[in-house]
Each structure stands twice: as structure tokens, then as C-alpha cells.
Design a protein around this ligand. Structure first.
Ligand code: GLN
Length: 576
């Protein structure tokens, strides 16, 4: 395939187990092309039947990521659905690649079947029997091509969720088989990611599960070009040879994916093993070597992560039946900000319901942290403890950042304990509160359908000068991403101004309070938006940088340590 302008496709499938980091592998593969100056885009296929992941429980499924854009999905004439909530892997893609992903890049079985069935009802296939092959597989191929046509990338990496052998994934794998058959030679590559467990008792890495999952792929007519073995350590030469022989791929195409302390190191680990060059040749692209300064920039980033000058401790009170993935964008945004400042961050998850039983615990758990972050959320469990944590921050002058629900709870604490509005609450939690200081957005009244119906996507945030928020952004208007139904009631917020509260940002027409802060000595800020969704490895979120910096200043003041040398200077002056 000689046409340099033609999009190349890299399909990534997984074997043996889910949760082995296929998202990070896929993003790292895309990064290898980006480091060579190629334009990349990514698709994630989710075989579940939900139309989008917005209604999924974060305890079960991890975080719901929110896109910059809102997509109006029209499966058939007369049907419209709003989609802006997508799989958490898109957060990884955006953090690695610094590219905004469109919501239509997340293809679910729910969307595919809905489209085919509604089109059948509208008469599009009159006279035909509708079948998985060809109607469902055609729709899958159409959706993949639609992404390529919209963004026209040089390379489109398509991650298939789940593991090979899952019933739901079958139509997607069949569609990929057809897609490869119909593409010119060199236009597609297939990368299979598997687990290579280490058996302590025999002291060996075992290849059998990999062999089985590759055989399963082959039985569906798919031969991988590259096999990536997820393992604790690098694969031994012997293991690589075995995988090569049994799975029918050249030895140089068997790649190690060992445990790493810093996920952002994975593209470098792949590059050192020659994966970038191998894929470029396979896809008949020209640029075999990455651009040196791009690699250097990425190496510096990893170096900063590995060599923090000091650390900050951030306490995150919440309802901790959650898995850590529920807050992955927040954790990554904290790490980006800290690394940018030459610091590391230790995140302490605290079950806030403990504070409800024993408020004395707050001194121990929150008092010793350098900063407190109050998380987004829904529903009432653990909420009273979270409000008490916000109160603690106000009364003890702790550096504090509240995100979305966290900002609403900060406001509730302020209303109750500073303004004296006893029983103030959000109507989400207490519909009969005497002071509904947080209430439904007017346009949300009457909305009963659940999928994609919140206020979603990026909106303008208008920042008041002379505020901490303005200091963080150095801009009057920014765009940030939202996902909420409730909001801080402006009249109460304006009443709060007499007591030391500031409305530091609103939406374009001044209707929705987008951020509040305290005019206290300490940095105490609450934002209705989710700045973490726009934080990238090389471009951290200004709010998170300001928060981590303030937390570190608080630590310095407490422990009398000298100021930091900026990370950028430390990297260049060090002997690496
Ligand atoms: N439950 C709150 C609302 O709907 C906060 C949502 C969130 O934190 N994402 O407004």
C-alpha cells in the first residue's frame, strides 16, 4: 500500500483476562506513531449493550469520562440521543496523546444494535432478513470508517474491549476480519495483548494462556501481527521464542509489557524494543525513527515522575466502596500537576462515613494532609461526612479543592456553618431542606430519562479577575467539561459574599455558578466543572497545579523547608 494519505488501522485485542491494561497499551501504540509526527486518533469498542457508559456504576466499571464535544447520535430518522459520556479508557488516550476524542469514537454494541433495529423499523432493509452478518458487521465497519473520515488520521488505533472469546465481542471480531480482508495489504495491523503469568513454584513465565487465546483468535480467522505479553517482568528470550513459534509471529514481534511505576513510561519501553519501527514497516509508512525532541520531552516527563524533590499528601474523603479507577482522572490530574512542580503526590482515600460517627478522627486524617480534595458524586451515602470534611477545611484553614459535588458540598458547609443557615442542603439529598442552597438546574426539571440527560460536555467558564481561579488560569474565559444536574443557587452565593465567599466564575450568561472560593488566607476553591478531564501528561490542568502548589506551600510553612527549584531547571541541570 503506497498511498501515504490513506489511514492505517491498528486493531488491539485482548486475551486471557480483562483489566491487564489494554487501554494503556493502545494509547502507547498510538504514541509511537505520534512521536514520529503522524496524526493519530483512537476508537474504543465496548461490547456491552448500554448505549453509552453514562449510566454505569463507577464502582463496577470505573470512571465515566466526559468529552469536550457532545454528539447527537441519530440511529434512524426521528431518533436522537445525546452522547458525551464515554469509556474511561478515553481519559488515558487523551492524557497520553493530548488530542480531544469525539464521543462517536466510542462504539458500543448498544449503539450498533439500536441502529440496525431502528433502521429495520423505518423500512431501510425492506424485504430482507436482518442478521448479525452482514447487517451488524456492516454497521460496525461503517462506524469505524466514519471516525477515519471525520478526523482523517494517519493512524487509527482501534481497541476492542473485553477478551477474545466473550460472546458479545464476536460480531466485532468478525467485522475486523472482514475489514482486514477488504483493506489493501499494509493498511491494517493486529496487536494481541495477553497475560503471561509467572509461576513462583516453578520459577517460570507460562505461555500456555497466550497460546490458547491466540488459537481462539485464529479460529475466527484473525492472525495477530504482534503479541504483547503483560507480565511482572520482561519476557525472557526463551519465552519470546516459544510464543513466536506457537503463535506464528516473528520473535521481534513478541513484545514485553512489564509492571511499571509510571504508566507514561510504556511508550518508551515499547520503543526500546523496536515496536514503533516494526509497526511502521508493517504499515508501509515512511518515518521509521521518532522525532528526537518529542522523545526527549516524553523522557523528561517520565524522569520528573521518578525523581520528585518532595511530596504532598492529599486527603480524598468519599464513599470508599469505590474502586480506585472511579477517580482515575482526578488521580492522574494530581500526578500531572505534582510532576509539573517537581513533586510527587500521595493520595489518601478516606471513608467519609467514619467522620459521621467520630468527628475527632478528622484531626488525624485531614489535619495531617497538605490538602483536601472533595470528589464528585451522586446520592447520599457518606455525604454528611464529606460536608464535615469541608467544614474542617474552612475552620482549620486547610488547602481545599472541591470538584462538582465536592464544590456543592463546600457551599453547603459554608451556608450552614459560616452563614448560619441551619439545615442547608442540596435538594438531591434532602428535598425538604429549609435552605435549598443547591438545587436542580431549571432545564433539568421534568427530565426523567437517565442516559445522556445531564448538563454535559465543555462549556465556557467566565472567570472574575482578582480571584484565585483567575490567578490559576490567567484567563477570563476558559472551556471546561461538565456533568451535573444540580447547581449552586446564585442568590445564596451572593448572600455569602458578606461572609467571605466569592463567586469566582459563572457560565456565559451569568446564570450558573461555575466556581466559588473563600477569601481566606488559604486556597479554598470549589469548581462545578471537572478540570481533571482536560489534564494531560504534558499539559496539566491549571486548577490542579494551583491546588497542589498551595498544598505544598502549606506544607512548607508548617515544616520550614526551602522553596522548590522549578522542575524544568532540575531536569536540565541534572546528570542523567
Ligand atoms: N450529583 C451532583 C449533580 O448532579 C454532582 C454531580 C457530579 O459530581 N458529577 O449536580
Amino acid at each position: 500500500m503506497g498511498d501515504a494519505r490513506q489511514t492505517r488501522y491498528v486493531f488491539v485485542t485482548g486475551g486471557v483476562l480483562s483489566g491487564i491494561g489494554k487501554g494503556v497499551v493502545s494509547a502507547s501504540i498510538a504514541k509511537l506513531f505520534q512521536l514520529r509526527g503522524y496524526k493519530v486518533d483512537m476508537i474504543k469498542i465496548d461490547p456491552y449493550l448500554n448505549v453509552d457508559p453514562g449510566t454505569l456504576n463507577p464502582i463496577e466499571h470505573g470512571e465515566v469520562f466526559v468529552c469536550e464535544d457532545v454528539w447527537v447520535f441519530e440511529p434512524a430518522p426521528g431518533y436522537r440521543f445525546t452522547i458525551a459520556e464515554i469509556d474511561q479508557d478515553f481519559g488515558t488516550y487523551e492524557r497520553f496523546l493530548d488530542v480531544n476524542m469525539h464521543p462517536s469514537n466510542n462504539i458500543t454494541s448498544g449503539q450498533v444494535y439500536l441502529t440496525v433495529i431502528l433502521r429495520e423499523r423505518s423500512g431501510e432493509y425492506l424485504g430482507k432478513t436482518i442478521q448479525v452478518i452482514p447487517h451488524v458487521t456492516d454497521e460496525i465497519k461503517r462506524r469505524i470508517r466514519m471516525v477515519a473520515e471525520r478526523s482523517k488520521p494517519d493512524v487509527l488505533v482501534v481497541e476492542v474491549g473485553g477478551t477474545v472469546g466473550d460472546i458479545e465481542a464476536m460480531p466485532f471480531l468478525e467485522a475486523i476480519r472482514q475489514f482486514r480482508l477488504e483493506s489493501p495489504p499494509g493498511a491494517t495491523a493486529l496487536v494481541h495483548v495477553t497475560l503471561v503469568p509467572y509461576l513462583k513454584t516453578v520459577g517460570q513465565q507460562k505461555t500456555k494462556p497466550t497460546q490458547h487465546s491466540v488459537r481462539e483468535l485464529q479460529s475466527m480467522g484473525l492472525q495477530p501481527d504482534v503479541i504483547i505479553g503483560r507480565s511482572e517482568t520482561y519476557l525472557t528470550e526463551d519465552v519470546k521464542r516459544k510464543i513466536s513459534l506457537f503463535c506464528n509471529v516473528p520473535e521481534e514481534a513478541v513484545i514485553s509489557d512489564p509492571d511499571l511505576d509510571v504508566v507514561y513510561e510504556l511508550p518508551l519501553v515499547f520503543e526500546r524494543q523496536g515496536l514503533g519501527r516494526y509497526l511502521v514497516r508493517l504499515l508501509r509508512l515512511e518515518r521509521e525513527d521518532p522525532v528526537p525532541h518529542a522523545v526527549e520531552e516524553w523522557e523528561n516527563l517520565v524522569w520528573r515522575y521518578k525523581h520528585p524533590a518532595d511530596k504532598v499528601v492529599i486527603a480524598m474523603p468519599g464513599k470508599y466502596t469505590m474502586i480506585q479507577d472511579s477517580y482515575i482522572s482526578i488521580c492522574e490530574a494530581l500526578k500531572h500537576a505534582a510532576a509539573h512542580l517537581g513533586l510527587g503526590v500521595e493520595i489518601r482515600y478516606i471513608d467519609s462515613s467514619k467522620f459521621e460517627e467520630d468527628p475527632g478522627l478528622m484531626d488525624e486524617e485531614l489535619g495531617r494532609a497538605d490538602g483536601i480534595l472533595l470528589t464528585p458524586g451522586f446520592g447520599s451515602r457518606g455525604v454528611e461526612g464529606m460536608i464535615q470534611a469541608a467544614r474542617y477545611a474552612i475552620e482549620h484553614d486547610k488547602v481545599f479543592l472541591g470538584i462538582c459535588f465536592g464544590a456543592q458540598l463546600l457551599f453547603i458547609a459554608f451556608c450552614r456553618y459560616v452563614m448560619g443557615l441551619r439545615g442547608a442542603h442540596s435538594t438531591e439529598i434532602d428535598p425538604s431542606t429549609p435552605y435549598p442552597v443547591v438545587d436542580l438546574l431549571p432545564e433539568q426539571r421534568g427530565v426523567t430519562a437517565k442516559g445522556g440527560t445531564m448538563r454535559l460536555g465543555a462549556h465556557e467558564v467566565h472567570i472574575a479577575e482578582g480571584t484565585r481561579l483567575y490567578e490559576a488560569y490567567s484567563a477570563k474565559v476558559v472551556r471546561e467539561r461538565f456533568r451535573h444536574r444540580y447547581h449552586i443557587i446564585k442568590d445564596y452565593a451572593l448572600m455569602g459574599e458578606k461572609h467571605g465567599l466569592k463567586v469566582s466564575a459563572t457560565d456565559a450568561d451569568g446564570r450558573i455558578v461555575n466556581a466559588i472560593e473563600l477569601s481566606s488566607a488559604r486556597w479554598i476553591v470549589g469548581v462545578q466543572f471537572h478540570p481533571e478531564f482536560k489534564s494531560r501528561a504534558l499539559r496539566p490542568s491549571p486548577v490542579y497545579v494551583a491546588f497542589v502548589r498551595a498544598a505544598y506551600e502549606a506544607k512548607r510553612a508548617r515544616t520550614h523547608i526551602p522553596p522548590l527549584i522549578p522542575a524544568s531547571e532540575r531536569v536540565s541541570s541534572s546528570s542523567r
